[in-house]
Design a protein around this ligand. Structure first.
Ligand SMILES: Cc1ncc(COP(=O)(O)O)c(C=O)c1O
Length: 347
């Protein structure tokens, strides 16, 4: 193993082991019954699969993302894996897949970390070990409908800090461009699940924005008036003492956003979840995209090409969101007390 931690980006670097478990079942009176087998670690990253597997044919696939940190005290911390497990269970149920029991999920997270300890980057680098849990339907099926066999896999990969300036406040900003011609997900669709189909569906928006040098701001699919998601991250805006984030049936409930909301309330901010009109950006002092990868990525501008308007955020990055970002990272890296027991220390 020869990894230059400084060179890591958000891309795949192979580790020694992945961890796998299989579910075999059947549909009985509209219910999926069956059992998960014992998990095992394997060096083999190639998955032999039937060409008619429901994951390949009908997109029966869900995934997750969480980080493992090497703290300032040398301890290994996994951030909110239980929240992750719960979200994946909801995604599984949303796509008629077998949910992974929380205990099995936790056991496999532990295994994935233990088996790949040498891939957890040192504290000073700001890099982390990312875990990508993946659930796929493996039943060979041609008729349209859900399968009954599933594979759950945890794929670890060390990743670089989102920003090169690992533990500092010098973080670059993102400019978003509104796209009212591509919807990431429908109002009563699968946007609130973390399933591959949503991401494939979003590429028309995100890749068009990238070609223009921006990131894509998705709007609500019904009116195209309210902010839904910042590419693959939630939106946060600050107005006065208020932390505002969209409420929508089509966005993914971000675990980072949930954590930041808790910290914001503790700091005396008023936290509001509601529909957020695009033109409300005018009254905001700061805004950001938030998610596991970046924690918080400040937004400097939002371009609305349909109306020929550019919204400029006065503070980018701004003190409120930077303060929250630091507070969350202090917990993740063991620099501050973990009052909410978000981190699981692995020995
Ligand atoms: C569409 C989408 N929204 C929001 C998020 C942020 O969620 P989290 O904070 O749990 O990483 C992600 C990343 O997982 C995402 O893919």
């Amino acid at each position: 193993m020869n990894i230059d931690w400084q060179e890591l980006r958000f891309s795949y670097t192979e580790t020694d082991y992945i961890v796998r478990a299989s579910f075999h079942g059947k549909w009985q009176d509209g219910r999926l019954v069956g059992e998960w087998g014992a998990p095992h670690a394997t060096r083999d990253k190639i998955l032999p699969m039937h060409v008619c597997a429901t994951a390949l044919q009908y997109g029966q696939e869900a995934f997750e993302g969480l980080k493992v940190f090497r703290g300032i005290d040398g301890k290994i911390r996994v951030f909110r894996w239980q929240a992750n497990a719960e979200r994946m269970a909801r995604s599984a149920e949303g796509l008629y897949m077998a949910p992974v029991p929380t205990a099995l999920y936790g056991q496999m997270v532990q295994m994935a970390v233990h088996k790949n300890k040498k891939f957890i980057p040192p504290y000073e680098t700001g890099a982390t070990l990312y875990l990508r849990p993946l659930l796929i339907g493996t039943t060979p099926k041609l008729g349209v409908g859900p399968g009954w066999d599933f594979e759950f896999i945890i794929i670890p990969s060390p990743i670089g800090p989102y920003y090169k300036e690992a533990h500092s406040n010098r973080i670059p900003c993102q400019t978003f461009i509104v796209n009212r011609h591509v919807d990431r997900s429908a109002m009563f669709g699968t946007g609130h699940f973390k399933v591959g189909g949503n991401y494939a569906a979003s590429f028309r928006g995100t890749e068009t924005a990238h070609l223009q040098g921006y990131d894509c701001l998705f709007m609500d699919s019904r009116y195209h008036r309210y902010i839904d998601e910042c590419s693959a991250a939630n939106f946060i805006g600050i107005r006065g003492n208020e932390y505002i984030t969209p409420r929508s049936s089509a966005i993914l409930p971000s675990i980072t956003n949930d954590s930041l909301m808790t910290l914001a309330k503790e700091r005396g901010l008023k936290v509001t979840r509601r529909h957020v009109r695009l033109d409300e950006l005018n009254g905001m002092s700061e805004a950001a995209a938030c998610g596991t990868a970046c924690v918080i990525s400040p937004i400097d501008k939002v371009i609305d090409p349909d109306n020929n308007i550019t919204y400029t955020l006065p503070q980018a990055p701004g003190p409120v969101l930077l303060g929250l970002r630091n507070a969350l990272q202090d917990i993740q890296y063991g620099r501050a007390e973990d009052k909410h027991r978000w981190c699981t220390v692995i020995n």
